[in-house]
Design a protein around this ligand. Structure first.
Ligand code: PAF
Length: 281
C-alpha cells in the first residue's frame, strides 16, 4: 500500500493507472475510520482494480461553531485499517495542498443541499461538493463509494455528478450499525456511555416508522409525530429535525408516503454531540 500526500503525485499515479486500463475506486473519508468505512472499502474492492481511500478532514465543510478543531484525527491508526482492508493507495493531503493560499473556487449544489442539514449547517454541502469535485479531479475514479447514513450527502453528490458531467459511478453502501442499532459514525467516539444509550432512541424512532408503514400507516404527519414523541421522551436528546423526504430530491413529502421512495431522516443533539440517521420507509 502506498500513502500519498501530494496532489500532483496522486494525479500522475492515477493517470498511469488509467492508461493501464485499471478501474479506480475511491472511498472519500475524513479519517477516524471504523467498520462502516471498511464496508465501503470492501464494496469498492468488489468493483475496482485499484482502491484509493482519501483521508482529509475538510475544513470548508465545517461552520465556524462546529467541531473542525476537535474532529477525531488518527492517521496512523487509519493507515493501519486501510492496510488491513487491502487498500492500494491512501491519499492523505494536507489542507495547504487542497486549499493553497488564495484559493477561491467553490462548487455549490443549490437545491438538494438547501433543506435539512443545509438549514442548520449552511456552508456544509458547499464544502462537501467542493472537496469531492476536487478529489474526483485528482484521483480520477471510475467509481466512488459513499454511505447511505449521509442520505442527503449522497443525493447532493449524485446531483453534482449529473449536473457537472463527471464520469464517476456513485455507489451507495448501506448503513452499518452497532449490534444495538446505533449507526456507525466517527462522531460516536464523542459519546459517553450514558449518552450512547440515549442516542439509541434515534434508531428506535426510525424502526417505529418502518413498523408503522409495514402495518399500513401511510400518513406522514402520524409517522413524524410518533418519531418526534419517542425522541421527546429523552431529556438529553434534542431533536433538530425529523422529516420524511423523497430520497432523490430531499423534498419533504406531504400527505402519504409511497413505500420505497421515501426516507425518514433524523438529526438530533445528544447533549453536545450532533448525530444523524435515516431509513428508507
Ligand atoms: O462523508 C464524509 O466523510 C465527508 O463528507 C466526505 C465525503 C469525505 C467529504 O469530506
Amino acid at each position: 500500500m502506498q500513502t500519498i500526500t501530494s496532489v500532483l503525485e496522486m494525479q500522475i499515479l492515477a493517470e498511469d493507472l488509467r492508461s493501464k486500463g485499471q478501474i479506480i475506486g475511491l472511498v472519500p473519508t475524513m479519517g477516524a475510520l471504523h467498520e462502516g468505512h471498511v464496508s465501503l472499502i470492501k464494496l469498492a474492492a468488489e468493483q475496482a482494480d485499484t482502491v484509493v481511500v482519501s483521508i482529509f478532514v475538510n475544513p470548508t465543510q465545517f461552520g465556524p461553531s462546529e467541531d473542525f478543531s476537535k474532529y477525531p484525527r488518527s492517521l496512523e491508526a487509519d493507515v493501519a485499517v486501510c492496510e488491513a482492508a487491502g487498500v492500494d493507495i491512501v491519499f492523505a493531503p494536507t489542507a495547504e495542498e487542497i486549499y493553497p493560499k488564495g484559493y477561491s473556487t467553490f462548487v455549490v449544489e443549490e437545491f438538494i443541499a438547501k433543506p435539512l442539514e443545509g438549514v442548520s449547517r449552511p456552508v456544509h454541502f458547499r464544502g462537501v461538493t467542493t472537496v469531492v469535485a476536487k478529489l474526483f479531479n485528482i484521483v480520477r475514479p471510475d467509481l466512488a463509494v459513499f454511505g447511505q447514513k449521509d442520505a442527503q450527502q449522497v443525493a447532493v453528490i449524485k446531483k453534482m455528478v449529473e449536473d457537472l458531467h463527471f464520469t464517476v459511478d456513485v455507489v451507495v453502501a448501506p448503513t452499518l450499525r452497532e449490534p444495538d442499532g446505533l449507526a456507525m459514525s466517527s462522531r460516536n467516539r464523542y459519546l459517553s456511555a450514558t449518552q450512547r444509550i440515549e442516542a439509541l432512541v434515534i434508531h428506535r424512532a426510525l424502526r417505529k416508522a418502518i413498523e408503522m408503514v409495514a402495518s399500513g400507516e401511510r400518513r406522514v404527519d402520524r409517522l413524524v409525530a410518533e418519531a418526534t414523541h419517542l425522541i421527546g421522551l429523552h431529556r438529553r436528546v434534542r431533536m433538530i429535525y425529523v422529516s420524511i423526504v423523497d430520497r432523490t430530491t430531499m423534498v419533504a413529502i406531504k400527505g402519504e408516503v409511497v413505500p420505497g421512495k421515501a426516507v425518514m431522516v433524523i438529526a438530533a443533539w445528544v447533549d453536545e454531540v450532533r448525530l444523524i440517521d435515516n431509513e428508507v420507509l
